[in-house]
Write a protein that binds this ligand. Structure first.
Ligand SMILES: Cc1ncc(C[n+]2csc(CCOP(=O)(O)OP(=O)(O)O)c2C)c(N)n1
Length: 379
């Protein structure tokens, strides 16, 4: 049969019926970031929760200032401040139950501390010690993660495993706007949605990835819109409104716990200080922009709401500041003590069975240390 004869035998038929696997409409984020403070919704917020959030915000800002001061005194190698982002940090910690897990990035020290981690232990890594400084299982806080977005697949894995085991656990993973460009972000969200894992992704859009502004990071309408492509809901929230972030996060945590699957939340906020103490932000952004954001400050916003409603007075404000000062003094004092480190620890936890080369180096260092001790003793 000729080719033309074969083609003549073919009768096109209509394609099989197609419909989207999920209705995309309910997954879409709102057009505007969700707000509570200064709106009618604020009347519904629990006064005790608002006061707790306020105390934690004040403590968090003082922590940031103290940690930054410690970098200048040579006590910390580096510190990525979350000043201006305290509402996201604190609400993330308070939206979780004790049995849940937090997967923070390097910027999320405050979330870890608000969850109960010792303020000094939370800084151990940043003062150049070789380990995380804390037992992740104690407060269910994974290591503060420096490689961008690698904490996201870890969170999905833990959440999925917990679900398979029948544990009632939710994982909350935090990431920056820059981290959303990493492959790990894509893989984590895809797996989370396919498996309907009980995980909540919180993107703190603070405007910059070091010097790279959001406009050079993504062409998406918002980072929350990215959720739709994976088949999970995307939520947009004012990241400086502690009550709003807490409400949206709590809703997503509840949804995940009830078997509803993952949510991606974009919290719109601003990194008021430089990327770290080693960065000069004046090289890539103007003062006017920073000042605009200082006018939408998370502590001032909540303080205004609380005082307007008679839920906080001068004495309450002073009490929060005093508690923050006590924490800072303790942090200063303990961070000023020299840690006792054993150089031989360099070889610990590298391999279960050290390689011949490592053993050789280990012996060399041991001999050098012993010689140094003898020399010191003779002097
Ligand atoms: C995989 C990886 N690539 C690059 C870096 C270097 N790096 C450290 S912080 C940073 C910017 C991250 O910005 P963003 O995710 O927006 O978080 P932010 O620092 O603003 O909280 C980069 C590129 C890194 N730590 N890990």
């Amino acid at each position: 049969m000729t080719v033309m004869e074969q083609r003549g035998a073919y009768r096109p038929s209509p394609p099989p019926a197609w419909q989207p696997r999920t209705d995309p409409a309910p997954l879409l984020p709102d057009a505007e970031p969700y707000r509570v403070l200064g709106t009618e919704a604020a009347a519904q917020a629990d006064p005790a929760l608002l006061r707790r959030l306020y105390a934690e915000l004040v403590r968090g800002r003082r922590y940031n200032a103290q940690a930054t001061a410690l970098t200048k005194q040579g006590r910390l190698a580096v510190y990525p401040s979350s000043t201006g982002q305290e509402a996201c940090e604190v609400a993330a910690a308070l939206a979780l139950e004790d049995r849940d897990w937090l997967f923070p990035s390097y910027r999320d020290t405050l979330a870890a501390v608000a969850r109960g981690l010792d303020p000094v232990q939370a800084l151990t890594l940043l003062r150049g010690d070789w380990h995380t400084g804390y037992d992740p299982r104690e407060h269910r806080v994974a290591p503060l993660c420096t490689p961008l977005a690698t904490q996201l697949p870890h969170a999905v894995g833990l959440a999925h495993a917990a679900r398979l085991k029948g544990d009632d656990v939710v994982a909350l993973a935090m990431v920056g706007d820059g981290g959303t460009s990493e492959g790990d972000f894509h893989e984590a969200l895809n797996f989370a949605a396919v498996w309907q894992a009980p995980v909540v992704f919180l993107v703190q859009n603070n405007g910059f990835a070091i010097s790279v502004p959001l406009a050079k990071q993504t062409a998406a309408p918002s980072l929350a819109h990215k959720a739709v492509g994976y088949g999970m809901p995307g939520r947009l929230v004012d990241g400086n409104d502690a009550a709003a972030v807490h409400e949206v996060l709590s809703g997503a945590v509840r949804h995940a716990r009830e078997g509803g699957g993952p949510t991606l939340i974009e919290a719109v906020t601003y990194r008021v200080e430089a990327h770290t103490n080693a960065d000069d932000a004046t090289r890539y952004r103007g003062d006017a922009e920073v000042e605009t954001w200082r006018g939408h400050d998370p502590i001032a916003l909540l303080e205004h709401e609380l005082t307007e409603r008679g839920l906080l007075d001068e004495a309450g404000i002073q009490a929060a500041r005093d508690a923050a000062e006590t924490m800072a003094a303790d942090l200063r004092e303990r961070m000023n003590q020299d840690p006792v480190l054993d150089p031989m620890d360099l070889f610990a936890h590298v391999y279960a069975d050290p390689t011949p080369q490592l053993r050789e180096q280990q012996d060399l260092l041991r001999a050098e240390l012993a010689a140094g001790h003898e020399e010191g003793a003779q002097r």
